[in-house]
Design a protein around this ligand. Structure first.
Ligand code: 13P
Length: 266
Protein backbone atom coordinates (compact mmCIF):
# COMPACT_ATOMS: atom_id res chain seq x y z
CA UNK A 1 0.00 0.00 0.00
CA UNK A 2 1.53 3.33 -1.06
CA UNK A 3 1.72 5.92 1.67
CA UNK A 4 0.37 8.99 -0.09
CA UNK A 5 1.51 11.35 2.62
CA UNK A 6 5.10 10.15 2.27
CA UNK A 7 4.94 10.72 -1.50
CA UNK A 8 3.58 14.24 -0.94
CA UNK A 9 6.51 14.91 1.39
CA UNK A 10 8.93 13.61 -1.25
CA UNK A 11 7.36 15.92 -3.87
CA UNK A 12 7.93 18.87 -1.50
CA UNK A 13 11.49 17.75 -0.93
CA UNK A 14 12.23 17.54 -4.66
CA UNK A 15 10.51 20.93 -5.13
CA UNK A 16 12.98 22.39 -2.61
CA UNK A 17 15.93 20.83 -4.42
CA UNK A 18 14.77 22.22 -7.78
CA UNK A 19 14.25 25.68 -6.31
CA UNK A 20 17.44 25.72 -4.23
CA UNK A 21 19.55 24.65 -7.21
CA UNK A 22 18.15 27.55 -9.24
CA UNK A 23 16.41 25.24 -11.69
CA UNK A 24 13.29 27.41 -11.42
CA UNK A 25 12.55 31.03 -10.58
CA UNK A 26 9.60 32.27 -8.60
CA UNK A 27 6.60 29.94 -9.01
CA UNK A 28 7.92 28.07 -12.04
CA UNK A 29 8.16 24.32 -12.58
CA UNK A 30 5.92 21.41 -11.71
CA UNK A 31 6.15 17.83 -10.49
CA UNK A 32 3.80 14.85 -10.60
CA UNK A 33 3.78 11.25 -9.38
CA UNK A 34 1.60 8.37 -10.54
CA UNK A 35 -0.16 6.48 -7.74
CA UNK A 36 -2.03 4.09 -10.06
CA UNK A 37 -3.62 4.25 -13.53
CA UNK A 38 -6.38 6.57 -12.29
CA UNK A 39 -4.76 8.67 -9.56
CA UNK A 40 -1.83 11.09 -9.78
CA UNK A 41 -0.40 13.59 -7.32
CA UNK A 42 0.78 16.93 -8.68
CA UNK A 43 2.08 20.28 -7.54
CA UNK A 44 -0.42 23.15 -7.48
CA UNK A 45 -0.30 26.01 -9.94
CA UNK A 46 1.22 29.35 -9.04
CA UNK A 47 3.19 28.52 -5.91
CA UNK A 48 6.93 28.43 -5.32
CA UNK A 49 7.95 24.80 -5.55
CA UNK A 50 10.63 25.54 -2.94
CA UNK A 51 8.20 26.24 -0.13
CA UNK A 52 5.47 23.61 -0.42
CA UNK A 53 4.06 21.45 2.38
CA UNK A 54 2.11 18.20 1.80
CA UNK A 55 -1.22 20.05 2.06
CA UNK A 56 -0.38 21.91 -1.16
CA UNK A 57 -0.30 18.74 -3.26
CA UNK A 58 -3.35 18.02 -5.48
CA UNK A 59 -4.71 14.74 -6.78
CA UNK A 60 -6.01 14.33 -10.34
CA UNK A 61 -7.31 11.52 -12.54
CA UNK A 62 -5.75 10.32 -15.81
CA UNK A 63 -7.46 13.20 -17.68
CA UNK A 64 -6.15 15.82 -15.30
CA UNK A 65 -9.52 16.32 -13.58
CA UNK A 66 -9.29 17.24 -9.90
CA UNK A 67 -9.95 14.39 -7.47
CA UNK A 68 -8.76 16.25 -4.40
CA UNK A 69 -7.31 19.69 -3.75
CA UNK A 70 -7.27 21.73 -0.57
CA UNK A 71 -8.90 25.14 -0.56
CA UNK A 72 -6.87 27.69 -2.50
CA UNK A 73 -5.00 25.10 -4.58
CA UNK A 74 -5.53 24.03 -8.19
CA UNK A 75 -3.44 21.50 -10.15
CA UNK A 76 -0.52 22.73 -12.24
CA UNK A 77 -1.42 24.57 -15.43
CA UNK A 78 0.86 22.08 -17.24
CA UNK A 79 -1.01 18.99 -16.08
CA UNK A 80 -1.91 18.07 -19.70
CA UNK A 81 1.80 17.75 -20.51
CA UNK A 82 2.34 15.44 -17.53
CA UNK A 83 -0.70 13.32 -18.39
CA UNK A 84 0.47 12.86 -21.97
CA UNK A 85 3.75 11.44 -20.71
CA UNK A 86 1.94 8.93 -18.45
CA UNK A 87 -0.48 8.00 -21.23
CA UNK A 88 2.22 7.30 -23.79
CA UNK A 89 4.84 5.91 -21.42
CA UNK A 90 3.26 3.34 -19.07
CA UNK A 91 6.71 2.70 -17.53
CA UNK A 92 6.87 6.28 -16.21
CA UNK A 93 5.89 6.96 -12.59
CA UNK A 94 7.01 10.55 -12.25
CA UNK A 95 7.39 13.69 -14.38
CA UNK A 96 9.43 16.81 -13.60
CA UNK A 97 9.33 20.11 -15.47
CA UNK A 98 11.78 22.93 -14.72
CA UNK A 99 13.59 25.86 -16.33
CA UNK A 100 17.23 25.17 -15.51
CA UNK A 101 19.39 28.07 -16.64
CA UNK A 102 21.77 26.42 -19.11
CA UNK A 103 19.42 23.80 -20.52
CA UNK A 104 16.78 26.50 -21.04
CA UNK A 105 19.34 28.76 -22.73
CA UNK A 106 20.01 25.94 -25.23
CA UNK A 107 16.23 25.54 -25.70
CA UNK A 108 15.97 29.27 -26.38
CA UNK A 109 18.91 29.29 -28.78
CA UNK A 110 17.36 26.29 -30.57
CA UNK A 111 20.44 24.12 -30.00
CA UNK A 112 19.68 20.51 -28.93
CA UNK A 113 22.17 18.78 -26.62
CA UNK A 114 23.77 16.45 -29.11
CA UNK A 115 27.50 16.65 -28.71
CA UNK A 116 28.98 13.60 -26.99
CA UNK A 117 31.28 15.24 -24.45
CA UNK A 118 31.28 13.09 -21.32
CA UNK A 119 30.55 9.44 -20.57
CA UNK A 120 27.90 10.03 -17.90
CA UNK A 121 25.75 12.22 -20.16
CA UNK A 122 26.10 9.78 -23.06
CA UNK A 123 25.07 6.83 -20.87
CA UNK A 124 22.28 8.58 -18.96
CA UNK A 125 20.79 10.69 -21.75
CA UNK A 126 22.42 9.99 -25.10
CA UNK A 127 21.27 13.30 -26.44
CA UNK A 128 18.42 15.67 -25.68
CA UNK A 129 16.19 16.91 -28.52
CA UNK A 130 14.11 20.08 -28.56
CA UNK A 131 10.34 19.75 -28.87
CA UNK A 132 8.90 22.57 -30.95
CA UNK A 133 7.46 25.57 -29.16
CA UNK A 134 3.98 25.33 -27.72
CA UNK A 135 1.88 27.71 -25.66
CA UNK A 136 2.05 26.68 -22.00
CA UNK A 137 -1.08 24.97 -20.60
CA UNK A 138 -2.46 24.09 -24.08
CA UNK A 139 -2.31 20.77 -25.96
CA UNK A 140 0.49 22.25 -28.07
CA UNK A 141 3.25 21.21 -25.69
CA UNK A 142 1.95 17.64 -25.15
CA UNK A 143 1.60 17.30 -28.94
CA UNK A 144 5.12 18.60 -29.54
CA UNK A 145 6.65 16.36 -26.88
CA UNK A 146 4.76 13.25 -27.96
CA UNK A 147 6.99 12.30 -30.87
CA UNK A 148 10.07 12.11 -28.64
CA UNK A 149 8.52 10.15 -25.78
CA UNK A 150 9.26 6.67 -27.13
CA UNK A 151 12.95 7.39 -27.61
CA UNK A 152 14.07 9.83 -24.94
CA UNK A 153 13.64 10.34 -21.19
CA UNK A 154 14.54 14.03 -21.38
CA UNK A 155 13.35 16.70 -23.81
CA UNK A 156 14.03 20.41 -24.06
CA UNK A 157 10.96 22.57 -24.67
CA UNK A 158 11.69 25.26 -27.23
CA UNK A 159 11.91 28.76 -25.69
CA UNK A 160 10.66 27.33 -22.43
CA UNK A 161 12.58 24.76 -20.36
CA UNK A 162 13.08 21.04 -19.87
CA UNK A 163 10.98 17.96 -19.19
CA UNK A 164 12.27 14.73 -17.64
CA UNK A 165 10.52 11.57 -16.50
CA UNK A 166 11.36 8.21 -15.02
CA UNK A 167 10.24 5.19 -13.08
CA UNK A 168 10.51 7.09 -9.77
CA UNK A 169 10.40 10.70 -8.64
CA UNK A 170 14.06 10.61 -7.67
CA UNK A 171 15.08 9.23 -11.07
CA UNK A 172 12.97 11.80 -12.93
CA UNK A 173 14.61 14.55 -10.86
CA UNK A 174 18.09 13.13 -11.32
CA UNK A 175 17.57 13.24 -15.06
CA UNK A 176 16.81 16.96 -14.77
CA UNK A 177 20.08 17.41 -12.87
CA UNK A 178 21.94 15.45 -15.56
CA UNK A 179 20.43 17.53 -18.36
CA UNK A 180 21.43 20.76 -16.67
CA UNK A 181 24.94 19.55 -15.84
CA UNK A 182 25.42 18.41 -19.44
CA UNK A 183 24.13 21.75 -20.77
CA UNK A 184 26.38 23.70 -18.42
CA UNK A 185 29.48 21.70 -19.39
CA UNK A 186 28.66 22.05 -23.07
CA UNK A 187 28.23 25.80 -22.68
CA UNK A 188 31.48 26.21 -20.75
CA UNK A 189 33.52 24.02 -23.07
CA UNK A 190 32.23 26.08 -26.01
CA UNK A 191 33.67 29.17 -24.25
CA UNK A 192 37.01 27.37 -23.94
CA UNK A 193 37.38 26.95 -27.66
CA UNK A 194 34.89 24.15 -28.27
CA UNK A 195 34.54 20.69 -26.78
CA UNK A 196 36.72 17.80 -27.87
CA UNK A 197 33.99 15.28 -28.62
CA UNK A 198 34.06 11.58 -27.89
CA UNK A 199 34.52 9.58 -31.07
CA UNK A 200 31.80 7.44 -32.62
CA UNK A 201 33.44 4.28 -31.37
CA UNK A 202 33.75 5.72 -27.85
CA UNK A 203 30.05 6.62 -27.93
CA UNK A 204 29.18 3.15 -29.20
CA UNK A 205 31.11 1.53 -26.33
CA UNK A 206 29.21 3.67 -23.83
CA UNK A 207 25.90 2.74 -25.46
CA UNK A 208 26.92 -0.90 -25.19
CA UNK A 209 27.63 -0.46 -21.47
CA UNK A 210 24.15 0.99 -21.04
CA UNK A 211 22.62 -2.02 -22.77
CA UNK A 212 24.68 -4.45 -20.73
CA UNK A 213 23.57 -2.79 -17.50
CA UNK A 214 19.98 -3.16 -18.68
CA UNK A 215 19.29 0.44 -17.71
CA UNK A 216 15.60 1.31 -17.62
CA UNK A 217 13.87 4.00 -19.64
CA UNK A 218 14.20 5.10 -23.25
CA UNK A 219 17.47 6.14 -24.80
CA UNK A 220 18.82 6.59 -28.34
CA UNK A 221 20.91 3.44 -27.78
CA UNK A 222 17.66 1.44 -27.78
CA UNK A 223 16.50 2.49 -31.22
CA UNK A 224 16.67 -0.37 -33.66
CA UNK A 225 15.42 -0.20 -37.19
CA UNK A 226 14.49 -3.88 -37.01
CA UNK A 227 11.53 -2.86 -34.87
CA UNK A 228 10.13 -1.01 -37.85
CA UNK A 229 9.93 -4.24 -39.82
CA UNK A 230 8.14 -6.01 -36.97
CA UNK A 231 11.27 -8.03 -36.12
CA UNK A 232 12.55 -8.21 -32.55
CA UNK A 233 14.71 -5.27 -31.66
CA UNK A 234 18.38 -6.09 -31.22
CA UNK A 235 21.61 -4.25 -30.70
CA UNK A 236 23.93 -6.24 -32.87
CA UNK A 237 22.18 -5.96 -36.19
CA UNK A 238 24.41 -3.14 -37.36
CA UNK A 239 21.39 -0.99 -37.98
CA UNK A 240 20.99 0.75 -34.65
CA UNK A 241 20.90 4.49 -35.01
CA UNK A 242 24.00 4.93 -32.92
CA UNK A 243 25.97 3.00 -35.53
CA UNK A 244 24.27 4.39 -38.54
CA UNK A 245 26.51 7.18 -39.62
CA UNK A 246 26.12 9.87 -36.99
CA UNK A 247 29.15 12.09 -37.51
CA UNK A 248 31.60 12.64 -34.71
CA UNK A 249 31.11 16.39 -34.87
CA UNK A 250 27.80 15.65 -34.66
CA UNK A 251 24.30 16.17 -35.08
CA UNK A 252 23.48 12.88 -33.43
CA UNK A 253 20.02 14.06 -32.58
CA UNK A 254 19.23 15.05 -36.14
CA UNK A 255 20.28 11.57 -37.23
CA UNK A 256 18.23 9.91 -34.52
CA UNK A 257 15.25 12.17 -35.00
CA UNK A 258 15.24 11.33 -38.71
CA UNK A 259 15.10 7.63 -37.87
CA UNK A 260 12.42 8.16 -35.23
CA UNK A 261 10.28 10.08 -37.71
CA UNK A 262 10.81 7.33 -40.25
CA UNK A 263 9.82 4.65 -37.74
CA UNK A 264 6.73 6.66 -36.90
CA UNK A 265 5.96 7.12 -40.57
CA UNK A 266 6.06 10.92 -40.24
P1 13P B 1 2.38 25.94 -12.74
O1 13P B 1 2.72 26.72 -11.50
O2 13P B 1 0.97 26.13 -13.19
O3 13P B 1 2.73 24.48 -12.53
O4 13P B 1 3.27 26.48 -13.92
C1 13P B 1 4.62 26.75 -13.78
C2 13P B 1 5.37 26.64 -15.06
O5 13P B 1 6.57 26.57 -15.03
C3 13P B 1 4.66 26.64 -16.35
O6 13P B 1 5.54 26.29 -17.38
Amino acid sequence: MINEYEIKKEICDIGKRIYNRGMVASNDGNISVKLNDHEFLCTPTGVSKGFMTPEYICKVDENGNVLQANKGFKPSSEIKMHMRVYKERPDVNSVVHAHPMYATAFAIAGIPLTQPIMPEAVIALGCVPIAEYGTPSTEEIPNAVSKYLQHFDAVLLENHGALTYGDSLLNAYHKMESVEFYAQLLFLSKQLGGPKELSRSQVERLYEIRRQFGMKGKHPADICLNAKDGKPSCHSCGQCSCEAGASSEGDLVAEITKKVMKELGL
